[in-house]
Structures are given as C-alpha cells and as structure tokens.
Design a protein around this ligand. Structure first.
Ligand code: CTP
Length: 474
C-alpha cells in the first residue's frame, strides 16, 4: 500500500468528482502543482484533474452537481474549466503529447496516466492522486517525485533533452522552481539547460517574463539570476544585465562586479518590499554602468551619468521584454534616475534646499526611493556600511522635517500662470513661465515659504525688477 492522502482531500469538489468517476466507471486523478504544493504544505487554489480519455464530460457532470453555472470548454485542447468557491478547477484528458498549455499542435492523442505523467516537466510536478472511490487518495509517483521533494531536487521524468525540447520554457521553469523552493537542479538537467539555452528564443517574451517575475518575487531572487547567468539563459533575453558581469583592472585598480552588486541590492530590497516594480528598479539601477565606464588616472573608475542613461534605457528594455509601458515603467525609470540623489546627500552636507529638491522630484515615491538607496549600500567593509547607514538615517530625519514644514511632495505652484497674467496684464508668453519658475526656485531654495502670501509678494518684487506694471483692479 502506497501513501494515502484521503485526509487532505476534504474539499467538496473531490468528493463530488470521486462519486461521478466511480458511477460512470471513469479513471481520473488530481495532478501537477496542487499535489506538489499539498506535499509541501503550501496552499494552492488551482486544481488540475486528469481524466484518462476525455475530461469534458466529467467537468460538465461535476459542475452540474456543484451547481456551478459557468463552465468554459476548450474543445480544441480537450480541456474544461470552472471556478467553485475559492478554487480554480481544470479538467483535461490524459495526453501522450507534452503537457504544454501553449502548444500550437492541435492533435492530441489519448494516453494512459503514466504517459501523461512522463510528459510533464518535473518529477515533483508529475505526482497524481487517484480519485476513484476504491483507491480514493492514493498517491501515484512513478518517477520518485516525493523523494525529490524531500531531497530538494528539480529533475525531469524523462531525458531532460526530450523534456526541454518539448517545451523550452521549462528551462526557465526549472530555475523558477529551484529559486522559489530553494531546491537544487540535478546535474544532467542543469547541463541540458546550458546546452539548449538558445532554444529559449522560440518562446514568447510574455511567457519568459511570467517566469522571470516569479523568480523576482521569490525570497532570494539572486539564486535564480545566478543560475540564469551560468546556464546562459539570461543571455537570450537580457544582454544588458549580462554586461554588468565581471571586473576590470587597470594600474592595480579594479571596480565592483556590478552583476553581483546588483543581485545583492535586489536581495536587500526583497527584505523590505514585495512590490515587483521596486524590485525591478533594483535590477535596473546600475544598468548603464558598462556604457558609462571610464578609467581616470587620478580618480580611478567612474560611471558618470549612468543614472540618466540608465533611466533612458528603461523604456527600451521594458518594451523588448513586453513589460508594461504605463506608469509602472515610469515609476521604475524615475527611481533609476534618482537613485544616486539620497546617497549624494549622505556623502555631502545635507542642505535644506537639496532635500527640498529631492522631495519635489520624487513626490510620493520618496519612501521607495529611500528603500532603494538603503539597499544600494553594499560593501565588504562592515565599518563603512555602518557609517553610511548612520548618515543615511540622518538624511531620512531631515527629509521628514522638511516634508512636514514645506509640504513639497506633489508640489502645486501657489501662484497659477493665470494669476501672473492677470496681475501684470500679460498675454501667454515666455515671461509668465519664467516668473512661475522663479517662484518655484525661491521656494526650493528656501528664500520664501511654500504659501500663497509669500509667493504673491515675491511675484510683485519680480514684476518690479522686470519693469512690469500691476494691473489695477476695476
Ligand atoms: N506543466 C508542464 N510543462 C509546462 C507547464 C506546465 O509539464 N511548460 C505541467 C506541470 O505538471 C505543472 C502543471 O502542468 O505542474 C500545471 O502547470 P502550471 O499551472 O503552469 O504550474 P504549477 O506547477 O501549478 O505551478 P505554479 O502554480 O507555481 O505556476
């Protein structure tokens, strides 16, 4: 007798499915991610049910019994799907072909349960639980997936060359699961990924990004990125990140390895945020360093302007990777552009006007920018990190004080262009913009406070200097 998981299948869906399976003399199993996550004690909302033969009839009967009204049928793929309470349930006929939801191959030939299991991606995803009443809850594990779960190993059921050639996205999935679960990829499997890395080119960027984003959202994404680099999968879709790798030495002076530095910053930021886009800004913060790298005899290595060039690279990278081009991209771009500013404050004298300017430019993203900068403080020298972090806290305090006093976040000019025109009887022209800008500058420099009265008087002074005449009220 093998393992029985009956006690974990309390959800009414399993009971109903099991009843119908036995009544109709069918053969059906719960498979894939749900079983894996059950064994790992991770909650899962997606249930995949494989029916030997056709899945559509069972889906229909289950939905009827559970009084689910909306069932989607995908005849072309032989799958059906419905939502019941908190669960997403998919029914599929067992296949001889590779299990690949995006396969364009329309011909699907029926296979046994074993056929179906061996055409799945990894042994830990090829576990099945019997739904027939006489064997209800029995675990079927022909490829020792349970052993791999216990040992923490990612391995393919068949020769990896075959599994990866069926669907090259699985190379990304191997690294994604290894990162999420902190598992090791079995050596033949890893070698096969390295041998077949170029095959990733036939996979759409959208599917690659789904996996990459899951790596980025894991506890310690650096694990995944190191594997992507060593197998050269990263080279297929993210050459800019690959270019950060390595150090150069001139006259005995070398610079940081920016790839590993970036990964350290990424892991650091993951400790304080689950925001995918803030994590992306950590990945991209130094992306233009290779393009701006110079060696100067006096100062050593410099990367002048990498923040600005990096910000300009962001839309191009997002576009190529099919990432969103809306305000999420703009947010990442802004953080990349501003990422040195708080650090510059830490190094120099923290003047009020520098703090005001930073608040003005960062707006509501100031806290996230500070998180990025804090994560960016990496050094082998612990003493240096400590000193930096202390100065950093000083900048944070100052930001708070100035913010409370001057309310510069989401700055709205206290005097509108229309008011300038009305006061001096001007048509829209360059002078109006210039006056508005000078008022803003005076506020940021701390010459006047951020309020209407002071701004209005300042405007009158400016008008006098410019020889403008105040229009008398009628
Ligand atoms: N599968 C596969 N090859 C793929 C995609 C999926 O063999 N390229 C199989 C695996 O058996 C997997 C199941 O289909 O367990 C369901 O796939 P999916 O829902 O994408 O992933 P999960 O394993 O459920 O994992 P997660 O929910 O974390 O994405």
């Amino acid at each position: 007798m093998g393992t029985n998981l009956k006690k974990h299948l309390k959800h009414p869906v399993f009971k109903v499915a099991s009843q119908i399976v036995s009544e109709q003399g069918l053969e059906a199993y719960v498979v894939g991610g749900f079983v894996r996550d059950l064994m790992l004690g991770r909650p899962s909302k997606d249930i995949d049910i494989v029916v030997v033969g056709n899945g559509l009839e069972l889906a229909k009967a289950c939905a009827e019994k559970l009084r689910v009204k909306k069932v989607s049928f995908f005849d072309h793929f032989g799958t059906a799907h419905f939502i019941y309470k908190d669960l997403d349930i998919e029914f599929v006929g067992s296949r001889k072909e590779s299990y690949n939801e995006h396969s364009r191959n329309p011909k699907i030939s029926t296979g046994t349960l074993k056929d179906d299991q061996e055409r799945r991606d990894f042994t830990i995803n090829a576990l099945a639980i019997d739904l027939r009443q006489e064997n209800f809850g029995e675990l079927l594990d022909p490829f020792e997936g349970i052993g791999d779960l216990e040992k923490g190993i990612i391995r393919t059921p068949l020769d990896p060359e075959k599994t990866f050639s069926d669907d090259p996205l699985r190379m990304m999935r191997a690294i994604r699961f290894a990162t999420q679960l902190n598992f090791k990829i079995e050596i033949d499997c890893l070698n096969s990924i390295a041998n077949n890395a170029q095959r990733l080119n036939i996979i759409s960027k959208e599917r690659i990004m789904t996996e990459l984003n899951k790596i980025i959202l894991s506890d310690q994404p650096s694990r995944g990125f190191k594997l992507l680099m060593s197998t050269k999968l990263l080279h297929q879709f993210f050459p800019e990140l690959v270019k950060l790798y390595g150090i150069e030495k001139i006259n005995g002076k070398s610079h940081k390895d920016n790839f590993h530095h970036t990964l350290e910053v990424l892991d650091n930021i993951c400790e304080v945020t689950d925001n995918l886009w803030l994590r992306w800004s950590a990945i991209l913060h130094d992306i233009a360093k290779p393009n701006t790298k110079r060696f100067d005899d006096k100062v050593g290595w410099t990367f002048h302007g990498h923040e600005e060039l990096g910000a300009r690279m962001v839309p191009k990278i997002f576009k190529r990777l099919r990432l969103p081009l809306d305000n999420k991209m703009k947010y990442v771009q802004k953080l990349v552009r501003l990422h040195l500013r708080p650090i510059a404050l830490v190094k120099g004298n923290v003047t009020d006007s520098a703090v005001r300017r930073l608040l003005f430019e960062a707006g509501d993203d100031i806290e996230d920018l500070m998180k990025l900068c804090n994560a960016d403080i990496t050094s082998k020298n612990e003493f240096r990190v400590k000193r930096y972090k202390k100065n950093f806290e000083e900048v944070e305090r100052k930001l708070k004080t100035v913010e409370e006093k001057d309310r510069l976040r989401n700055f709205q000019p206290p005097i509108s262009g229309k008011e300038v025109m009305d006061t001096f009887n001007l048509e829209p022209c360059h002078t109006v913009g210039m006056i508005k800008n000078k008022i803003k500058e005076a506020i940021l420099e701390g010459e006047i406070e951020n309020n209407r009265d002071q701004a209005f008087n300042f405007m009158l002074e400016l008008g006098k200097e410019l020889g403008l005449i105040v229009k008398l009220k009628a």
